[in-house]
Design a protein. Structure first.
Length: 298
């Protein structure tokens, strides 16, 4: 069983590095040092950089084991993984510099409609800023598109957001539309579930083929006498073992549970029935989804 709360801290660190929340090992180190429950060195609460690097590189957190010094290649272990193997692969790609960190979304509590409200003249997303007055700062939305007739013309934040709220209140679909939406969502779910089952079948076939390749290479090693040939076979087996783990994980998660259908439909229908009710009580990420409705030309 995972050792909590340390396990959850490690998961957050690994997934944060994989998805770009932490852009460097130094940021991971600072994150760990800021967690009172994470074991540290010395009274100052120090986490050594080598410990961070080791944590990011270890496949054990993805449910795998390996011991290269003992000739044991990467393979699935019998312990519970903390992260998916796909997440582990993204971490390794970032460590090797082959995967760029995704751009951070500008989620700004001060300007929740930034990037969603479009300029009435050029149609480009408007930006926002705080303008310094004599005694305080004032919030504005503005267009910053070159050659636009409204470039740098500021609109008070209250005017923009009040207009957006009025528009959201007016978005009230008829019952017939909601019934149609539910039928469409159900059809899409079933279609994707069928596609997922087909994909799982393909993945399982690829998994069996990979296992056969590994067995064939192991037989060749038994009959080989050249050290260089044996080394080449072992390297290829290691690559196939990694592929095998990835395929097995993808096959296990390919088909969603049927029970998740209601989890998918109910929030979507609640959102469609009253975007305003969702928006006024939502956190920033959900407000961004509400803002994806046509909040332009305000």
């Amino acid at each position: 069983m995972p050792d909590e709360p340390v396990a959850s801290i490690i998961v957050e660190a690994l997934e944060g590095f994989a998805d770009g929340r932490f852009r460097s090992q130094v940021e991971v180190k600072r994150f760990l040092e800021g967690k009172p429950d994470f074991p540290k060195s010395g009274p100052s609460g120090y986490v050594h950089p080598s410990r961070v690097k080791d944590m990011l590189e270890r496949a054990v957190y993805a449910g795998c084991v390996e011991a290269p010094n003992w000739g044991v290649g990467l393979r699935r272990g019998h312990h519970q993984p903390l992260i998916s193997f796909a997440t582990h692969e993204r971490v390794q790609a970032r460590l090797k510099g082959t995967l760029n960190a995704p751009a951070r979304k500008d989620i700004n509590e001060d300007f929740p409609l930034r990037g969603f409200v479009l300029c009435d003249d050029c149609g480009e997303p408007m930006t926002s800023c705080w303008s310094k007055g004599r005694n305080k700062l004032y919030p504005y939305y503005l267009c910053d598109t070159p050659d636009c007739a409204s470039k740098r013309k500021s609109i008070r934040r209250a005017d923009v957001e009040d207009g957006a709220e009025r528009l959201l209140r007016e978005l009230q679909p008829a019952d017939q539309l909601l019934k149609l939406a539910k039928a469409i969502f159900t059809d899409i779910w079933e279609m994707r579930r069928a596609d997922a089952m087909s994909a799982r079948s393909t993945l399982e076939s690829q998994l069996k083929d990979t296992e056969k390749q590994i067995e064939a290479l192991q037989d060749r090693i038994m009959n080989a006498s050249s050290p260089s040939v044996i080394t080449a076979y072992e390297k290829r087996i290691g690559e196939l073992e990694r592929k095998k783990i990835k395929l097995a994980e993808q096959a296990d998660s390919a088909v969603p549970d049927q029970g998740r259908l209601s989890d998918f439909i109910e929030p979507a229908l609640a959102f469609l029935s009253s975007p305003w009710n969702i928006y006024k009580t939502a956190t920033s990420p959900l407000r961004e989804q509400c803002s994806n409705w046509p909040l332009q030309s305000l």
